[in-house]
Write a protein that binds this ligand. Sequence first.
Ligand code: EPZ
Length: 416
Amino acid sequence: MNKIRVKSGHKLYGSIDICSSKNAILPILAACTLCDGEVTLFNVPNFSDIKKMCAILRSMGAGIIEFDNTLSINCKNIDKCLISNELGGDIRASIIFLGATLARLKKCIIGQPGGCLIGNRPIDLHLFGLRQLGVKIVEEHGYLYCDGSDMHNGVVEFEKQSVGATENLMLACVFLKGKTTLKNCAKEPEVVDLANFLNSMGAKVFGAGTSSITIFGVDKLHSTEYLPIGDRIVAGTYLAATAICGGDVEICNINPLHLKSVLKKLAYCGCNVSTKNDKIKISANKRCNALKSITTGVYPKFPTDLQSVFLSLMTVSKGNCVIHENLFDGRFKQVPELLKMGAKIDVVCNMAKVTGVKKLSGADVCATDLRAGAGLVLAGLNADGYTTIDNVHFIDRGYDHIERDLSLLGAEIERL
Ligand code: EPZ
């Protein structure tokens, strides 16, 4: 069951409820280790990365009850400071346990994180920030041995904006006596959601969403119930799917402000986009116009995680588009697969020059990472005949049965 088969020819109609954001929930799960009471999380999707983070929590001594899409987590008995390579080695978010475990237990032994193969994924900014606050870190045999017994408050200025490093340092400082200021922070909505989650347990984190975050240390965190924000990348994927197929779709449980740059691009493509409270409506009834360019950047610029699905949209839009990928140097891996489907794309360094064609043709293709896989599904929605996508486990890391959602909207798509 690791393949998806798609057939084109169907417009998408209907409304879809977006699950809570993977990239908000993953750091929130690490943050649960700071609470010695009960944490309840709502609307949690069944993503493989979320299951892996829960397995790490359980290995540290946490109790977790899953019921429907609700997680009830108790970290009262957390006493293990080891995050093994076996459990954390193939997901990026495991590194966020470093800051949380140092805050809770003052020590941590953790392997190098994994994550989608989208290019180089260093953790130098994470380690720089922690060392600035007095954490002693020795790297040996693929593990980081971290001693936080002398941790102290202070000021950390990041050389560049990093979502994970911002989140890691935020967690490390929650119990740190006094005031700590983080500068040149990432401003992603998921960073803000993590701060809101921490403050719902009694933390004192201010300024999340701006480039400067201040944390005043507290003694402990109490229980909470929390509904993480809607997944803007999943929402953006289904908006792009409607643009590539045509139709009228309403996306619910999403903050439209989190997709400002993306909605603007869809409007430029010729789609009608309207927003109201936590809903986005899109109607697309003609072939999209190509965007002159798409340039990814840190929030609030165009998100790198939607670059792959917009690349697919551009391959069948009217005109040419140049895509600049500025965050990861391995985010054009699905281009050879798209070329098999008749796309016209030229990759030069971190740029992809796309010449729009009327229609792609179905082919057997392979997903290379989470978002590239989603891009291939969207390409299949447009391609003549059948497209079969292999390695669907990549897609399952960030979409809870993408084929179920898209078939609910009218697509002819099934998991083989
Ligand atoms: C988060 O990854 C997301 N993952 C990624 O989503 C997303 O693409 C990325 O942020 C950018 O928005 C999670 O939240 C779990 P970064 P993260 O640190 O934190 C460089 C998906 O598909 N950098 O903001 O790892 C890095 O190489 C995933 O859901 C350093 O140089 O991203 C990149 O060029 C893929 N040193 C840039 O910063 C460091 O220590 C931004 O990376 C850390 C990062």
